[in-house]
Design a protein around this ligand. Structure first.
Ligand SMILES: [Zn+2]
Length: 433
């Protein structure tokens, strides 16, 4: 490998030596590729048979830029298929149409050089071909390609055509949902689906660190034990870390409130400073003002539900994949927050994580308000909060809340008096979960 730095001078030779190699590569067996996942310094050269090729389609990256991507399916004799994604100019330069035409009747064997192994959370590892990537396809004067060819059956299976959607097409398919609708998303069934929502940040989730030590090799959480960091991902031996953002925000759109996670790039985009920079001033347990400043801001997010490992007893949580629109600070923050007053002395752990209260399910709850039954939960409106989560169904409660909202607009000297009124209890409708 040759490393270039700022002192490297590159000159194009006028008369290259006749023995200057036309092809140059150092092949890595497909079975060894996984050990290079996330290793940005490892440029990998592979020889494979092409079994499928896609069109070059536009893709919106996590940072919001649009670039081209083409995917190619590669198979090494009897081994499993690995996907290669060519990005940017490489996606366009690869002659997919000719590969498809030739591949209808004969084998297409390619050596791709300068690729790297990547893996996104929840998807299989893949080869990535960017600026450093080049390829040699069906070159008869490459011994390795000829040897590979000899081991293939005479009858070639046609190269398949894959259709990759353009980002506009994908964008059109993203459903817009209210937070109440998002609440119904099933983390087990709808893991990969993207949704659009417009919401105002009302709070930074408490009792949570805003960053975490991430393994530099794979990005998974690292655990400090025995004087050093260990990656929590099975099979990863990474011991070096960098702190990355994991900011949990509570947002509302007047229909409901939900938790949204902003990981590294999205958080950087909104906060404008690196985690390391903030860590020089603030502790992990303190919310930096740079993060608190997000409260009151309105955004249109593209989100997906975060996977759950076990059955959930709280509303699903969403990861912000893209920030589609920034509206800025809102004059009015939506709604009133309802806090659950525990019916018994037992403490709800969900309260500690700012989750909406779980309401027991019981029929005919509203027929008999005068008796205290298990189907009815008493809630107190905390006048320091202004979030109505939309589960009030009782007219009395609604009226009282309207009164409270009006009162909030009045003179702040009445606050003492107001707090008495706001401490009224309300019956909240049971909701089937
Ligand atoms: Zn790791």
């Amino acid at each position: 490998m040759i490393r270039l730095n700022q002192y490297t001078e590159i000159a194009e030779p006028k008369d290259p030596a006749p023995d200057f190699p036309k092809y140059t590569f150092s092949l890595t067996p497909i079975s060894e590729l996984n050990q290079y996942i996330g290793n940005q310094g490892a440029f990998l050269d592979v020889i494979e048979k092409i079994t499928a090729v896609s069109n070059a389609a536009t893709l919106e990256t996590s940072s919001g830029t649009i670039k081209l991507r083409r995917i190619i399916h590669l198979v090494h004799h009897s081994e499993n298929m690995i996907e290669l994604s060519l990005f940017g100019p490489r996606a366009q330069e690869f002659d997919g149409d000719t590969v498809y035409e030739v591949g209808r009747k004969s084998h297409v064997i390619a050596i791709f050089v300068g690729t790297s192994m990547k893996q996104y959370k929840g998807s299989p590892p893949f080869l990535s071909g960017t600026a450093t990537c080049r390829w040699y396809v069906n070159e008869n004067d490459v011994t390795e390609i000829r040897d590979f060819y000899k081991r293939l059956p005479i009858q070639a299976e046609p190269v398949k055509k894959l259709h990759l959607k353009n980002h506009e097409e994908i964008q059109r398919q993203i459903e817009t949902k209210s937070l109440l609708e998002l609440r119904e998303i099933n983390p087990f069934d709808h893991a990969g689906l993207k949704f659009e929502c417009t919401t105002v940040i009302i709070q930074v989730a408490q009792n949570q660190y805003w960053c975490y030590p991430a393994c530099t090799a794979c990005g998974s959480r690292s655990i400090f034990d025995g004087g050093k960091y260990h990656c929590s991902k099975d099979g990863c031996t990474g011991t070096s870390i960098e702190h990355r953002y994991k900011v949990c925000l509570i947002a509302s759109d007047t229909t409901w409130q939900l938790r949204f996670m902003l990981f590294q790039d999205r958080a950087m985009q909104l906060i404008g400073k690196s985690v390391e920079k903030l860590l020089t001033t603030y502790r992990k347990s303190d919310t930096p003002p740079e993060i608190s400043a997000l409260v009151g801001q309105k955004f249109t997010f593209i989100v997906r539900v975060l996977p759950e490992k076990k059955l959930i007893d709280h509303d699903p949580m969403f990861e912000v994949l893209n920030i589609k629109k920034i509206f800025g600070k809102q004059f009015q923050i939506p709604d009133v927050k309802i806090e659950r007053k525990p019916a018994s002395s037992t403490t709800s752990t969900s309260e500690e994580h700012n989750l909406p209260p779980l309401v027991p399910i019981c029929p005919k709850a509203w027929e008999n308000k005068s008796t205290s039954s298990s189907s009815q939960q008493i809630y107190n409106i905390d006048d320091s909060q202004i979030e109505l989560t939309g589960i009030l169904q009782d007219k009395t409660a609604r009226k009282a809340l309207d009164m409270k909202n009006e009162e909030q607009l009045q003179d702040t000297h009445e606050k003492e008096h107001l707090s008495q009124r706001a401490k009224r209890s309300f019956y909240i409708a049971s909701r089937h979960t």
